[in-house]
Design a protein around this ligand. Structure first.
Ligand code: GLA
Length: 389
């Protein structure tokens, strides 16, 4: 990944923005997986993500003007941004950059003009956080180029605010955070209330994680995400009216009958059930990964999937079909990851089982949905960094 189209893109950069005696610098941010703790990172929950070796790369060079000249390889499109920065309805990809610049400037910095080329190989809409990678690599490259001394954690928060305010998804902090602080071979357990985190190295022995991309992205993804978040917030307001000591939905540990007394709607009740049961599964998964009890880990991953599907209602027929098929083929564990409504399924299984799964599942999925599946093996990799050219 480090040499990913770098010569070609450097030539492209110079032919679009001109060759000067100051070459651009190259920065790269990874994609991410999340092992457990789904839809809890905006509720103060614990998550267990890792950075993986798909990437967004940005070439950046100051241009001694007050405007920003951008080029996207994916869209083969040039955009010029001038202040005041606003939305770019014709080229929504530029919003990620406007959003990050604006959020950095809100902190009191002034960002001079620059030329920027972006390229990437994170499949969009796959639940692997291509947006967060773009935000974090933009923030990091501005920080390094203009010497702003922002920490990795601050860059993650800037990326999240850009997504919340400019792109419109009220996402939590998990994606930007792991993309900013990830380390090769390690995942982190992140407390999304305090932002304290610990690196973990798990020895998987004969087991492996891999991904299956459903190659569907349902359009209600962003609106449903924001709706789930507000259902969780209204559930907490009602629970607090009876039990004022709870400050986060994630910490609620009431019995079903106590919860019924809180006058939650059917949706609020189901969302609360997912969030609080995910807390218990997260403990089981971390313990199981530490002690090598992968069967227990796998069974919790399946439980999380069906909780996301039935209680949180963020799955879809395609990812349900994949997980259901894997379960009946005797795979150790699997679940949808990320926001939902399509995207990838994360699989935990013994290494020798892979060849028995791939072709059979590709065939049955093609037959049912007329869509091809992609299987990805991956490495756990570093967070955002500079690549020497
Ligand atoms: C998306 C969001 C994250 C998180 C996950 C679900 O990836 O960007 O903040 O909420 O969904 O866990």
């Amino acid at each position: 990944m480090d040499s990913f189209r770098s010569k070609e893109n450097l030539n492209r950069f110079e032919s679009i923005f001109g060759k000067t005696n100051r070459p651009p610098r190259l920065f790269q941010a990874p994609a991410r997986i999340n092992i457990i703790g789904e839809h809890v990172d905006y509720l103060g929950g614990i998550v267990l993500p890792a950075a993986i070796d798909f990437a967004v790369q940005v070439y950046l060079r100051p241009n001694d003007t007050s405007s920003y000249h951008l080029y996207s390889v994916t869209y083969n499109e040039t955009v010029e941004l001038k202040k005041p920065l606003g939305p770019n309805p014709k080229s929504p990809w530029a919003d990620y950059i406007s959003g990050v610049i604006s959020e950095i400037e809100k902190l009191g910095h002034t960002i001079p003009g620059f030329d920027l080329l972006v390229d990437g190989n994170i499949p969009q809409g796959s639940g692997l956080s291509s947006s967060a990678a773009f935000e974090v690599v933009t923030g990091y490259s501005i920080n390094e180029t203009f010497g702003l001394h922002l920490s990795r954690e601050e860059i993650a928060l800037i990326g999240q605010r850009a997504e919340n305010h400019f792109v419109g998804t009220k996402c939590g902090i998990m994606d930007q955070f792991i993309i900013a602080v990830g380390k090769q071979d390690d995942c982190i357990s992140l407390n999304t209330e305090t932002l304290k985190y610990t690196y973990h190295h798990f020895d998987l022995g004969d087991y492996e994680f891999y991904l299956i991309n459903s190659n569907v992205k349902h359009s209600l993804k962003d609106s449903a995400y924001n709706q789930r978040r507000s259902e969780c917030e209204s559930a907490l307001v009602k629970i607090k009216a009876k039990y004022p000591n709870f400050t986060q939905l994630y910490d609620v540990n009431l019995s079903e009958s106590e919860l019924e007394n809180c006058h939650l709607t059917k949706e609020e009740f189901k969302r609360t059930k997912h969030v609080t049961s995910e807390r218990e599964r997260t403990k089981v998964v971390i313990d199981g990964l530490e002690s090598g009890n992968f069967k227990e880990v796998g069974s919790s991953l399946f439980q999380t999937h069906w909780s996301l599907s039935k209680e949180f209602e963020v799955s879809c027929p395609e990812t349900d079909f994949i997980v259901d098929s894997l379960q009946s083929m005797g795979v150790t564990g699997a679940r949808m990851i990320g926001g939902g409504f399509g995207g990838c399924v994360l699989v935990l299984d013994t290494k020798d089982h892979f060849y028995k799964i791939e072709d059979v599942l590709k065939k049955s999925y093609q037959q049912k949905f007329n869509i091809a599946l992609d299987f990805y093996k991956f490495q756990i990799s570093d967070g955002v960094k500079e690549i020497s050219l």
